[in-house]
Design a protein around this ligand. Sequence first.
Ligand code: NDP
Length: 481
Amino acid sequence: MKRVLNFIGGEFRPPCSGRYLPDVNPATGQVFAEIPDSGPEDVDAGVTAASRAFETWCRTPAEERSRLLIRVADLIEENFDELATLESEDNGKPISLARRMDVPRAILNFRFFATAILHAETAAHVTDDRALNYTLRHPLGVAGLISPWNLPLYLLTWKIAPAIAAGNCCVAKPSELTPLTADRLAALIHEAGIPPGVVNIVHGSGPGAGRALTSHPNVPLISFTGGTKTGADVMTHAGPLFKKVSLELGGKNPNIVFADADLEQAVPTSIQSSFSNQGEICLCGSRLFVEKSIYDEFLERFLESTKSLRIGDPQDPSTDVGALVSEAHRRKVEGYVALAKEEGGQVLTGGRRPGALPERVRDGYFLEPTVIAGLDCRKRVMQEEIFGPVVTVTPFDSPEEAIAYANGTRYGLSASVWTRDLQKAHRVAAAIQSGTVWVNTWLLRDLRVPFGGMKESGVGREGGFESLHFFTEAKNVCVKL
Ligand code: NDP
């Protein structure tokens, strides 16, 4: 069985405790690796290595940092198949999705920030004929990076690339449920020639390794992606130390289909936005609102497409829906299906564990894509993040009603709007309280745009220069003329 080690100061090291946690393949239910159960001593070793490396890395010319980051991107590309397979095995996601989304995006994250630092500008403010102000941007030191299990390599590289491109060093803690691509990335970073200590990866549990990072006095910056409840814990520990914090949290995203939408596009894309990655994407549209006059037609087409999704072995290239990440998570999602029935909803399709699965994955954590109708928008199933292959459908009468439904949760991460009426699209997009609104599409991501959530979906923005600003501290220099 594979034993993963921490990556500290350019070396693979066992955890100080000598203890390991099991890593389960969610499609088979089998333990197939073990990872360090790290604690404060391991995190401290990572922070010490990063602090040491920072002295040189922060002075390394941007062109050289850029060259090294591009080398990492090239190595991810050279190891594309291995990384896609590891991601699929560790998370349960279809290999086709890992190939289409996770690994390409990891490559892009490094290329994007490697080149962004070569084009960064700085501001100057002239105060009449009295003074010239200019802005300097300095890296902060050691960045603490905490990422979740749903898009492990995609989100880890979304943090590591801008952090080190900007001149910081980092200690990253991937989710204990999906450590394998992070481990492989560590080796590729080393092979690329990134100096020892610039990137450190400490594996372990949230309360063990994660909290040691958020409360470490020599980590001035935390970039966290995960659940809203965990985000509050991160704030609680980082707040008293005045760390710079970025939180990318949960969502309960509305997907609004108006009667004039092009259903040829709205139906298949809504299938994607509901069930991609088993619904385990923070940006999934888990609340579908459909204008009453097309509700029946839309629902018929949507249900037919849902039933045609192929659930099965994630390693099979024809699989559309893989396994949920863990047995505990499947039970949580099933709990919401049961709650939906108690709350008066009707399960129109799905809600069960699939019957006929290939022998290899018979014990995996699969759940059928599930569509639920008839729920009042104030019910818990319509308010709480489920993070599984479960979508609710609700009819609406007017744009105002759709907007009220969309905004009627404590989340505000993303939304989709489907209409051919441009004015209506702009009006509705402006009124929706979320960090991203897609019109007639979903998950179309340009890495230059600001990304983040409103309300309980997050604090701060990352993406493009927002990321580079987050990972640097602005200093104004005022020169009297
Ligand atoms: P969690 O909040 O459970 O975990 C996220 C990360 O934080 C993991 O590495 C976890 O470690 C770690 N962690 C857990 N507890 C603590 C703690 N007390 N202090 C510091 N770190 C801790 O989220 P999930 O992994 O379950 O991911 C799913 C959630 O992430 C969903 O809510 C989803 O919406 C959100 N998400 C948000 C995105 C966005 O961009 N807004 C993108 C993707 C996901 P471990 O796993 O080892 O416990």
